[in-house]
Design a protein around this ligand. Structure first.
Ligand code: UDP
Length: 327
């Protein structure tokens, strides 16, 4: 298949691009390179630099590549905390980008769309692990923007027959020998803790230890980025069979912030000093996925998502690339 990957120079997009190419697909990457890195894009992919907020640029992209079989849309603002500071930027940019994409998808008859959605749809879930049937209560403007996109896609199928799979990511983490997590500024727990192990940061701040969890710190479900990439590929390859769906993507196991810190100490052999800080607004206490539907419908398995394997793969990439894609 020929797949358009937006945000294909970013962390999850670049690793999915590499996995798509390894599976024999052709990839066109569209990325504004604001967060992404040209060096992260697999050399066999075609990289087009541009912004999804620029309607003319998106039209030109589709004019140059009219025969895409599907779109994987990664390009997005993705931070819970930032979205509470800048809610309108999240609503404006995350929605407008998809509107521009969908205008062109409809005009060019593109029938398949995979959306990066989020576990932030489930603030204070009644059931853990969280099934797809759980009540939707977005925990932040970021989560709300993704839910709005899920609803837009629902109507695109009803009206235009454009099928979509929304993958609700839990916490993507880990790397491959060639690609890893490199955000500026970095806000995610595992790469920040690894920066402490590398001696680039003195300590990690734990955001709150008064949550209703066994050690008081937030529990998250860490999913290896390669398992996440495979979920996208399976969803795209089987979209015609399964039709428009929403799936949770996680390992089904949760780890607290302190457990992650301990795992990094074990894998790296370095002590990780930490300080206790205030809660970060928008953070639900516990997010763990029930991914049974994805496993049953697409025969997907979280093969690399043991926490030790996740941390070891991220540590390997960060040791080889202590300054990320800058070397
Ligand atoms: N976290 C933390 N200190 C940090 C960064 C993150 O305690 O410096 C916590 C955060 O509050 C959350 C968990 O680690 O409970 C995972 O956060 P991350 O930003 O990696 O992912 P998110 O859950 O926001 O998608």
């Amino acid at each position: 298949m020929k797949i358009l990957v937006t945000g294909g120079a970013g962390y999850i997009g670049s690793i999915t691009t590499a996995e798509l190419i390894a599976a024999g697909h052709t990839v066109v990457v569209f990325d504004n390179l604001a967060q992404g890195h040209a060096a992260a894009v697999h050399p066999a992919a075609t990289l087009v630099q541009g912004s999804l907020l620029d309607q003319a640029a998106v039209a030109a992209l589709f004019a140059a590549h009219p025969a895409c079989d599907g779109i994987m849309h990664f390009a997005s603002h993705t931070l819970v905390g930032e979205s509470v500071q800048k809610p309108l930027m999240y609503f404006h940019d995350n929605l407008l980008a998809v509107m521009h994409l969908l205008e062109q998808a409809v005009a060019h008859g593109v029938q398949r769309f995979i959306l990066s959605s989020t576990a932030n749809l489930f603030d204070q879930p009644e059931q853990i692990p969280i099934p797809e049937t759980a009540a939707i209560r977005p925990g932040s403007p970021y989560g709300e923007s993704k839910y709005m996109l899920e609803r837009m896609l629902f109507w695109m199928d009803k009206i235009y027959g454009l099928r979509s799979v929304c993958l609700r990511y839990f916490n993507a983490a880990g790397g491959t020998p060639e690609r890893g997590e490199d955000h500026a500024p970095e806000t995610h727990l595992i790469p920040l803790v690894l920066q402490v192990a590398l001696g680039q940061r003195e300590a990690i701040t734990v955001f709150g230890n008064d949550y209703p969890t066994p050690d008081g710190t937030c529990i998250r479900d860490y999913i290896h980025v390669v398992d996440l990439a495979q979920a996208h590929i399976l969803a795209m390859e089987h979209l015609d069979r399964i039709g428009t769906r929403q799936f949770n993507v996680g390992s089904g196991r949760g780890f607290s912030v302190l457990e992650v810190i301990q795992m990094v100490e074990r894998v790296t052999g370095k002590p990780i000093p930490y300080t206790l800080g205030a809660r970060r607004m928008g953070d639900p206490p516990i997010l763990v996925a029930a991914s049974d539907q994805l496993q049953q419908e697409l025969n997907w398995q979280p093969r690399h998502s043991d926490l030790e394997q996740i941390v070891a793969s991220a540590w390997d990439w960060h040791q080889r690339n202590p300054h990320g894609y800058r070397g």
